[in-house]
Design a protein around this ligand. Sequence first.
Ligand code: TYD
Ligand code: MG
Length: 455
Amino acid sequence: MAKEKVVYVCSECGQESPRWIGKCPACGAWNTFKEEIIRKEPVNKRPHSGIEPVKSKPITLDDIESGDEPRINMRDEEFNRVLGGGLVPGSLVLLGGEPGIGKSTLVLQTVLRMPDKRILYVSGEESARQLKLRADRIRHASSDCLIVCETSLEQIYTHIKNTQPELIIVDSIQTISTETIDSSPGSLVQVRECAASILKFAKESNTPVILIGHINKEGSIAGPKVLEHIVDTVLQFEGDQHYMYRILRSIKNRFGSTAELGIYEMRQDGLRQVSNPSELLLSQDHEGMSGIAIASAIEGIRPFLIETQALVSTAAYGMPQRSATGFDLRRMNMLLAVLEKRVGFKLAQKDVFLNIAGGLKVNDPAIDLSVISAILSSNMDTEIERTVCLAGEVGLSGEIRPVNRIEQRIAEAEKLGFSQFLIPKHNLQGLDTSKFKIELIPVKKVEEAFRMLFG
Ligand code: TYD
Ligand code: MG
């Protein structure tokens, strides 16, 4: 007879406990333990130390064949790059993102572009008709992709056995459940058991599987942060729903670098790859407008130029407001303190709003200089020339610190027709400036940059 077991599982981190407890000992969250019932089939065989028939054999590293992993071309340059050069056979990929961001669209349009592969698209969320409507919207060429609307893991395995697909999509892992466990679909135990079972299947059959997973507001893949440990690759699809740009980021990758990034634009007819982000991220005409500076940023391996916009105004009511979109608010406050202390601007009584164009979130510290310049430009209501771009990290004493990969940044700025580039002085060391046509203006301190920009 099946045995039932009650466990309490932390919905934040997946920690298990035999009793209910108020505070999770693993992640420190309060009131996150939920009851889960697990029904396990009785196990007849207990592990014993007797001699078992051998299935695997230990070998030395020298005996293992090396060489590149063969990769499956996803017919999508951005997707391929983020995966580290294509999908590895037998790998389990988790694609996470907030609901409505475009995960299903991305995967569907990618698989529809692979007509020579047998693909099984398991949809637990949408009906076949809904999928058809979406496919019509993205105007696909006809393809052999098979669609099945199913949520039972056992049924899915049956379909896989019957259709022998070369690639499987599961949309989404939170809707799939297995009969061996009694808890409801989407619960932590279900999600974890299903993912672990799919992983085992992927490895044994050498079939790649892409799992789609929803992320909750805190940014962890809903409940199952544990999933991140199970899968080979975790990709995150992010962006602001009100903007059209979407970023595909690699968070974990057993087969490639996590520094990769893909940029897409959501359109009426699906997602379009953006191969030259700078041209989109720079709004075309802002002649005579103050508060705008162009930063050279690098996300992943790609340099791009991005507009930083600031608005500084006198705080009319009480406490001055500080707000930053696409930039760390604490870092902005730090930069404001540097401006107060080192350059002598009185910003304490001012409202400061900062915005990175396009709804992108930029983590590259090299945009500090541009953030400061945009704030000063707005504060003085003086425009920064449209032909100038900036890169530099700002330190606590107002010094401009060197940034990485300066040559790539310069080349990108030159390509887009900028004529002056403010760079950290330290970056000039060992730099062959003769090959660049753009005028490089080295700056060492915030004051210097200020003088250069505003005279
Ligand atoms: P979807 O792929 O369903 O998101 P997810 O699977 O992450 O929940 O995308 C839904 C959004 O994308 C929806 O708001 C409509 C928009 N969309 C477009 O703008 N253009 C399109 O061609 C498609 C298919 C969707
Ligand atoms: Mg979806």
